[in-house]
Design a protein around this ligand. Structure first.
Ligand SMILES: [Zn+2]
Length: 269
């Protein structure tokens, strides 16, 4: 599961480093040197016309300074470099480095989209000592957005409930974003009821994971079946069914995700 590595520490101010790592994004794509991951050193940034002052400090990974920048939609890679989707590095790039890239993607996108105040339209500046942009005119402050989402694996004895989302081929636990004013528990009961028509009880926290598509915090739980008829809503959830121990499993969420860790930890073999 992709998680922040132990040798990472976040930074708010730039650091001098002979070969900084620069995570440069164009949407969900990252700019890489052919055959590598991310940009290493100042020359790679110069070649791609990335000014150091346009980057946002991310942190130190094993003592190496990491920074990030969100490039415009029309940005082009210099010869010898290419844009690749972040997802294409699942399982090939080091999970710790990917976790730092995930973090960089979120802070860079936040910096790109908060150059002006959402309240009065004035220009913003970075607030010293905080990961925040503040408005020079009205004082409004904007922090990187984190959108909490819940994930729940419903269990009935040794069986687990998996669902296929209407948008893709993979099967996973149920999941959904919180609405304003909801607790995680509220969201679990509502989403399970809406998506598959079931009631659940005995919610247990499993783990959480930051996910940068675009800025989710996925909080995973297990719950016990408490009643109802399985009835996928056919809008969010295309199919849902119980899997008993020994049943052949369909295509699951990627191994780097908290969804996969949640399913594997609860499979009775
Ligand atoms: Zn303002």
């Amino acid at each position: 599961m992709i998680a922040t590595p132990a040798d990472f520490s976040p930074l708010l101010e730039p650091r001098e480093h002979p070969t900084p790592v620069t995570f440069a994004f164009r949407g969900d794509e990252i700019l890489v040197a052919e055959g590598g991951f991310a940009l290493s050193g100042e020359e790679a940034c110069r070649a791609n016309a990335i000014a150091p002052e346009s980057t946002v400090p991310v942190g130190l990974l094993g003592g190496v300074y990491c920074r990030a920048v969100a490039l415009p939609a029309g940005a082009l890679a210099a010869p010898g470099y290419a844009f690749r989707t972040l997802r294409s590095y699942f399982g090939t790039a080091d999970d710790g480095l990917l976790a730092v890239a995930f973090r960089g993607k979120q802070v860079a996108e936040w910096a790109r989209t908060h150059r002006f105040c959402g309240a009065c339209g004035g220009a913003t500046q970075r607030m010293p000592g905080e990961r925040a942009m503040t408005c020079a005119t009205c004082g409004h402050a904007a922090y990187p957005r984190v959108s909490p989402a819940m994930m729940v694996l419903v269990k009935r004895g040794a069986d687990i409930l998996l669902a296929r989302h209407a948008r893709g081929p993979r099967w996973s636990a149920l999941a959904g974003f919180l609405e304003a004013g909801e607790s995680l528990e509220d969201a679990i009961h509502r989403e399970v009821r809406e998506e598959v028509g079931l009631e659940v009880k005995d919610l247990r926290y499993f783990a959480s994971q930051s996910w940068p598509f675009p800025h989710s915090l996925m909080v995973a739980f297990t719950a016990e079946f408490a009643g109802g008829q399985l009835r996928p809503d056919r809008i969010e959830v295309a199919e849902a069914r119980w899997f008993a121990p020994g049943d052949a499993l369909p295509e699951l969420a990627p191994p780097q995700s908290v969804a996969r860790a949640l399913i594997e930890a609860n499979l009775s073999r």
